[in-house]
Design a binder for this molecule. Structure first.
Ligand code: FE2
Ligand code: FE2
Length: 215
């Protein structure tokens, strides 16, 4: 049997801090799947359109940074091993999204949100708290988050300039994946969150959307 090193709480803290810093400050690790836009032509050329699409993709990139924080926070505190595993797997899929958004931003000559450390820290705290409260709530939180993300992606798909197939292909694949993440969390026993809490989540996501579009 291979020897497995047990990490002390201090080791875990260092590993977590290392992961957080890499998520926020370096490029996303190589995506496991090919960029859905890879074979599609670039159609966004005007300055104004490029700035607008970059704003939208910066919001989506910030959302994916938050998704990393959320999943990593939950993985740190979720009790059931099975929950922890499905969270870690989802976080890995979110990494594809992060990398694709990053690629699209650099194609448009733009950059990620300067507020990314803030989005990450906030999402990590919320994820870790949800994990502490209990697995059913933690899964319910993922299910609700993904539902709201799907609605948000649909809104963004409608706001892309006519013919921007490159951005569209990425956002559509993300929408498919997020739908699936939400369903998995629901079927694993996610509890329905109280309406006021769902409303609060909507407010937080609007603040993020506004902030990351410009900053
Ligand atoms: Fe995602
Ligand atoms: Fe997701």
């Amino acid at each position: 049997m291979p020897m497995r090193r047990t990490l002390s709480p201090f080791d875990q803290l260092i590993a977590g801090a290392d992961r957080a810093l890499r998520t926020v400050f370096s490029q996303a690790p190589r995506p496991r799947r090919a960029n859905p836009a890879a074979q599609l032509p670039e159609t966004v050329h005007g300055d104004q359109d490029r700035r607008h699409v970059a704003g939208l993709m910066r919001v989506n990139h910030a959302g994916e940074i938050a998704a990393q924080g959320l999943y990593q926070g939950q993985a740190a505190t979720a009790r059931l091993d099975q929950v922890r595993e499905s969270m870690e797997q989802a976080a890995e899929e979110e990494n594809d999204h992060l990398a694709w958004c990053e690629e699209r931003l650099s194609e448009l000559g733009s950059r990620p949100s300067i507020l990314n450390p803030l989005w990450y820290a906030g999402a990590f705290t919320i994820g870790a708290t949800a994990g502490l409260i209990g697995d059913r709530w933690s899964l319910g939180f993922v299910a609700e988050t993904e539902r709201q993300v799907v609605r948000h992606l649909e809104d963004h798909l409608g706001r892309l300039p006519e013919g921007d197939e490159r951005s569209k292909a990425i956002l559509e694949q993300m929408r498919t994946d997020e739908k699936c993440h939400g369903k998995v969390a629901e079927e694993a026993g996610g509890a329905a969150l109280p309406a006021p809490f769902r409303g609060l989540m909507g407010i937080v996501s609007r603040v993020m959307t506004r902030g990351a579009y410009r900053l």
